[in-house]
Design a protein around this ligand. Structure first.
Ligand code: PRP
Ligand code: ADE
Length: 177
């Protein structure tokens, strides 16, 4: 990946101290997606990295995973599966609960969104403890899919998410650390 492009992406991300709670340094991707060049570069890098790898679906986690996952799925010509917070999906769901860097939450996925034989890429904006994407991986595996890779714009390696997902047998890509 071109280092200048990665620097452009990194420079577009803002760090906000003490949000949403004291002690958290919040990495804000709204400034990235407001910058047309940085947003396009991010989608293009992820798309080229995962082209021709036999991926059949992208799963994105609510809410920021939707922003990056859906355009990459569209560019790869594959379907996008939203994994959502409780009460948002209208048909039968399976669910997993998980711990966050600043709280706990539950994620749900439509039972029929992933089928046996699907090879799934999970996309999210940021990897912290890995709890969110670990929950998504469990949902995909329960539905019969395989998860080879998880892609993030940002990883915070000191929070252990990358190690956690690797231990779960998933290859991690992050554009910025
Ligand atoms: C954030 C972020 C990731 C997750 C990372 O989402 O977008 O999904 O936390 O943390 P983890 O690796 O420790 O699980 P959040 O739950 O704040 O929801 P949002 O996207 O709706 O803001
Ligand atoms: N999600 C979990 N930890 C985060 C952080 N430090 N910045 C932005 N989103 C997050």
């Amino acid at each position: 990946m071109n280092p200048d492009t990665l620097k452009l992406i990194e420079a577009s991300i803002k760090a906000i101290p003490d949000y949403p709670k004291p002690g958290i340094l919040f990495r804000d991707i709204t400034s990235l997606v407001e910058d047309a060049q940085a947003f396009k570069a991010t989608i293009d890098l992820l798309t080229e990295h995962y082209r021709d790898q036999g991926i059949t679906k992208i799963v994105g986690t609510e809410a920021r995973g939707f922003i990056f996952g859906a355009p990459v799925a569209c560019a790869l010509g594959i379907g996008f599966v939203p994994v959502r917070k409780p009460g948002k999906l209208p048909r039968a769901v399976i669910e997993e609960s998980y711990a966050l860097e600043y709280g706990t939450d539950t994620l749900q996925m439509h039972t029929d969104a992933i089928v046996a034989g699907d090879k799934v890429l999970v996309v999210d904006d940021l990897l912290a403890t890995g709890g969110t994407v670990d929950a998504a991986i469990k949902l995909i595996r329960r539905a019969g899919g395989t998860v080879a890779d998880a892609a993030f714009v940002i990883s915070l390696p000191e929070l252990g998410g990358s190690a956690r997902l690797s231990a779960a047998g998933v290859k991690v890509l992050a554009l910025v650390e």
